[in-house]
Design a protein around this ligand. Structure first.
Ligand code: RBF
Length: 156
C-alpha cells in the first residue's frame, strides 16, 4: 500500500472565500473560523480573498469565477440556510450543492461546501463555533488537505 502524502501549503497558494450575508451572525463566525484556520496553517492574510454575496443562492457564480481564474488553490463557500415555513431551503440547498460540486469537477479546483442547512438558528449557531464545532474552520481544513493531496496526484 502506498498512502499519498498531504503536501504542506505552498507560500504562493491563494485561497478565495465566498460568504453569504443572509444570517450574517452565523456566516461571520464561519468566516472567522475559516480565516483563522488558514492563517494557523501558515497562509498569509493577504493571500486570502473574501467576497460577500447577498445570500447562499449567489455563492456559486463568484465561486465559479474564482475557480476558473486559475489564481486560487481552493475556493471555500460559506452560507447558512434555515428552514422556514416554505420550501425555499430545499431549492437553495439543492442548487448550491449541485453547482459547487460541478464547479470543482469542471475546473479541477477544490470548491468546499460550507453551507449550513439547518432546521433553526440554534442548530446553526451550534455549528458556527458552538458545541458542534465551527464548520467554516472544518472547510478550511478540508481545503488545505485537498490542496496538499492534489499536489501529489497525477495531473488531469
Ligand atoms: N439565503 C440564505 O443564505 N439563507 C436563508 O436562510 C435564506 N432564506 C431565504 C428565504 C426566502 C423565502 C427567500 C426568497 C430567500 C432566502 N435567502 C436565503 C436568500 C437567497 O439565498 C437569495 O439571496 C435570494 O433569493 C436572491 O436571489
Amino acid at each position: 500500500m502506498n498512502e499519498l502524502p498531504i503536501a504542506p501549503p505552498d507560500p504562493a497558494d491563494r485561497f478565495a472565500i465566498v460568504v453569504a450575508q443572509w444570517n450574517r451572525g452565523v456566516t461571520g463566525r464561519l468566516l472567522d473560523g475559516a480565516v483563522a484556520t488558514l492563517e494557523k496553517a501558515g497562509v498569509p492574510s493577504d493571500a486570502i480573498d473574501v467576497a460577500w454575496v447577498p445570500g447562499s443562492w449567489e455563492l456559486s457564480l463568484p465561486a465559479q469565477r474564482f475557480a476558473a481564474s486559475g489564481k486560487y488553490a481552493a475556493v471555500i463557500c460559506l452560507g447558512t440556510v434555515i428552514r422556514g415555513e416554505t420550501t425555499h431551503d430545499q431549492h437553495i440547498n439543492r442548487a448550491v450543492s449541485l453547482a459547487i460540486s460541478e464547479i470543482g469537477l469542471d475546473t479541477g479546483v477544490p470548491v468546499l461546501f460550507g453551507l449550513l442547512t439547518c432546521e433553526n438558528m440554534d442548530q446553526a449557531l451550534a455549528r458556527a463555533g458552538g458545541p458542534v464545532g465551527n464548520k467554516g474552520s472544518e472547510c478550511a481544513e478540508a481545503a488545505l488537505q485537498m490542496v496538499g493531496l492534489l499536489r501529489n496526484l497525477p495531473s488531469a
